[in-house]
Write a protein that binds this ligand. Structure first.
Ligand code: F6R
Length: 609
């Protein structure tokens, strides 16, 4: 969490840093700050609350200079306040940091003993003082940063300036993401690609333990110990427009509407029609290895974990391999049974989620094979996995995940088809039939999006409720969980997802006329059973919002609101039923006046445990 940006070049750094921070606000937004160097002097401004407060402050008290660093914070150590906001300064040194320093108390004690005075409650401030201490000893900025960072334990991405060497910006990373953007006579460094996209698409991805020293005309990457490294820039295909709202009121709404395109892009180039197969370009496992797999784990957090639950249905059905799904923070500590015939699939939009990354390392450490489904090119999880299936959702800025989720389901489906084919569980014809349905999905998603206005009306009728229940069976159960999570995250209404058949074992006690129950009831083999569960809700005065397929007649009388989707296969239906639940959560949140794109207490990229 937290976002950092650095700039060195010939433009005003504050404009560029603020513009970058705006793109990183999804990573945290409880306070923000900036420091710029001009004529050998550091000017620093910080403000509690959202970035807009810092922008207001900067209009009154600008910070000139062509070298600068900035930060948007998601509090870990110390409450959100101006004093705890970054950058943190110690003498001539100023630092922004994303991550957690685990041995900060021990270091702080030592530094206090050496006469350093601390002003904030943060772990970051010790980095500034530690660098200052080494700088006082050696008089060499770069050597001081190297020495200080070799003493800290934990995770960091840092950008550092020094008043005594005003034409230099130093950045380094260990465990937190950091990307360098190369412009014409200028350099950018940031926690994520969108922060720099409007200036350059040439990016260098730093690895853990690497440090980069910039001056205005050059940059040099090296290991923390000082060994120079040659890094080749990659050209990013995301366009700057992808990180803009493009006329939509919120990023989340834009991203919901982007799903037909995102799904089509994730499928594109991966279907082998003639062979009746699927091509996954960087899977990292050959056919023999795929054939020898005996077990699959799918590991993820939050919304990505919901995708994993659907993935279990896909892989078990199409490839007939047992699949275990785990929440990453549980997997990493439960000593899972992994061997060389076990594949661990990691799902992560950001590719930086700390628990998922730790799960990946746990699985690799036990000798298992790893593949990730990831949206961010060259992110930590993508780099460390043996193979990667990229989703092509484009940057997801809204904190509540939407298009990343549906494209993860596509990635999982493609992988299950490939696995089914290579293991002889699926004939070419069976694969071709599924692929034909898959190709028609973007159009059906567009039809689902046409329900926006009726769903907004449903939201108006139910937005006052204090609790919601979401029910689904089979592969719709994870979608019930996801629908409930979306509502909770952005409207702050308590919501629970439940397997419809499990309702009678407890949650039925909650049902009365005040509890809206969203029932996922597309036509499939458990249709009649879900209808019975719906009747059980109705019999107790509960109010039902049914999400069904259009062909169903007679459902209108059984519910208070009906959302009718186009038909698709049972396997792809979770992708379609996700859309009305995203729209319902969105409209309820808008009616309630919450901050849809940046809901309270959340951050998009959870890089802490
Ligand atoms: C919910 C949401 C989170 C993320 C979770 C994992 O809308 O976005 O629950 O899904 O934090 O993030 P990634 O997929 O980046 O690993």
């Amino acid at each position: 969490m937290c976002g950092i940006v650095g700039y060195i070049g010939s433009q005003q750094a504050s404009d560029i840093v603020i513009e970058g921070l705006r793109k990183l606000e999804y990573r945290g937004y409880d306070s923000a700050g900036i420091a710029a160097l001009d004529a050998g002097r550091i000017a620093l401004r910080r403000a509690e609350g959202k970035l807009v407060n810092l922008e207001t402050l900067l209009r009154q008290q600008p910070v000139p200079g062509c070298v600068g660093i900035g930060h948007t914070r998601w509090a870990t150590h110390g409450r959100p306040s101006e004093t705890n906001a970054h950058p943190h300064q110690a003498g001539v040194i100023v630092v922004v940091h994303n991550g957690i320093i685990e041995n900060y108390l021990e270091l702080k004690e030592r530094l206090i003993g050496l006469g350093h005075n601390f002003r904030s409650e943060t772990d970051t401030e010790i980095i500034a003082h530690l660098i200052e201490q080494h700088f006082n000893d050696s008089g060499d900025f770069e050597a001081a940063v190297r020495a200080a960072l070799s003493e800290v334990h934990g995770a960091y991405a840092v950008a550092v300036l020094c008043e005594a060497e005003p034409d230099k910006l130093i950045a380094a990373k260990l465990g937190s993401p950091l990307v360098v953007g190369q412009g014409q006579g200028e350099y950018f460094v940031a926690s994520d690609i969108p922060a720099m996209l409007s200036h350059t698409r040439e990016m260098v991805f730093l690895e853990d333990g690497e440090l980069v020293v910039f001056n205005r005309s050059s940059m040099q990457v090296s290991t923390l110990a000082g060994t120079p490294l040659q890094k080749t820039p990659k050209t990013i295909t995301w366009s700057p427009m992808m990180a803009e709202k493009g006329g939509y009121r919120h990023f989340m709404l834009k991203e919901i509407y982007e799903q037909p395109r995102a799904v089509a892009d994730t499928i594109a180039g991966r279907l082998k029609d003639e062979e009746g197969d699927v091509h996954l370009e960087s899977l990292g496992l050959d056919d023999k290895e795929l054939q020898s797999l005996k077990k699959v784990f799918i590991i993820a957090c939050g919304t990505s974990w919901h995708a994993a639950l659907v993935g279990k249905f896909y892989i078990e059905k199409l490839a007939r391999i047992p699949v275990e799904v785990d929440i990453a923070s549980e997997f990493r500590y439960r000593d899972p049974i992994v061997d060389e015939d076990t594949l661990t699939l990691l799902i992560s939009q950001s590719g930086e989620t700390a628990d998922t990354l730790a799960g990946l390392r746990e699985a690799k450490g036990k000798g298992g094979r790893t593949v990730c489904i990831c949206n961010v090119v060259d992110s930590s999880i993508a780099r460390e996995s043996d193979g990667v299936i990229y989703t092509h959702a484009g940057p997801e800025i809204g904190v509540a995940s939407t298009k990343a989720f549906t494209t993860q389901l596509i990635g999982l489906y493609l992988f299950a088809l490939r696995l089914g084919r290579v293991r002889g569980q699926l004939s070419a014809e069976e694969c071709r039939r599924r692929v034909a349905e898959l190709v028609s999905l973007p159009r059906k998603l567009e039809t689902a999006l046409e329900l926006d206005v009726p769903i907004e009306n449903i939201a108006k009728a139910f937005a006052h409720a204090r609790d919601f229940l979401y029910l689904g069976r089979g592969n719709q159960y994870p979608i019930a969980l996801e629908g409930a999570l979306k509502l909770k995250e952005i409207s702050y209404i308590h919501a629970e997802g439940y397997p419809a058949g499990e309702m009678k074992h407890g949650p039925i006690a909650l049902i009365d006329e005040n509890l809206p129950v969203v029932v996922l009831v597309p036509h499939n083999e458990t249709y009649e059973k879900v209808i019975s569960n719906m009747e059980e809700v109705r019999a107790r005065g509960g109010r039902v919002i049914a999400v069904a397929t259009r062909a169903e007649t007679g459902l209108r009388d059984k519910c208070d609101a009906l959302i009718e989707l186009p038909e698709t296969s049972d396997e792809l239906m979770p992708i379609l039923t996700s859309v009305p639940l995203q729209l319902l959560a969105y409209h309820v949140a808008v009616i309630k006046g919450t901050d849809v794109d940046q809901p309270r207490n959340l951050a998009k990229s959870v890089t802490v445990e």
